[in-house]
Design a protein around this ligand. Structure first.
Ligand code: HEC
Length: 117
């Protein structure tokens, strides 16, 4: 009985150590909230990967003169991003404010490092 209790304690102690190691440290930067929104709604079409409808379409549109993946662009103006998110284009759907709130859209714009122009 004592042996069983001891091994249970050892297992518990090990789990605690593993859990502590897996937990993010306090010093680490929290992920940008805008990236979470991007990953939830946009990356499925705009990832920098083959066979992505958004990335492939923008590759064709700009012919390589601008990066095809949105996250690599530095030229995106806030109003430009907001227009496409609220109106859609080709197969890109428009996103309702119940899906992406105005506040979330600001975070998304901030994440894409858009600059006022
Ligand atoms: C179902 C796929 C799909 C999803 C999801 C999607 N897009 Fe798109 N998006 C596209 C396609 C396709 C185009 C390219 C249209 C073209 O070739 O002109 C596009 C174009 C754009 C453009 C215009 C870029 C340019 O230079 O013309 C912006 C900005 C954009 N998307 C932002 C977003 C954001 C932000 C999200 C997430 C909220 C998103 N898209 C979600 C498919 C998608």
């Amino acid at each position: 009985m004592k042996n069983i209790l001891t091994s249970m304690l050892v297992v518990l102690a090990c789990s605690a150590v593993i859990a502590a190691a897996a937990a993010p440290t306090k010093e680490s930067e929290p992920a940008h909230r805008g990236k979470q929104i991007y990953d939830q709604w946009c990356v499925i079409c705009h990832a920098a990967a083959p066979r992505m409808p958004g990335t492939a379409s923008l590759e064709a549109k700009y012919g390589g003169s601008l990066p095809a993946a949105l996250e690599d662009r530095t030229d995106l103006a806030p109003a430009f991003i907001k227009y496409f998110v609220r109106n859609g284009v080709l197969i890109m759907p428009s996103f309702r404010k119940t899906e992406i709130t105005d506040a979330d859209l600001e975070l998304l714009v901030d994440y894409l490092k858009a600059k006022d122009q």
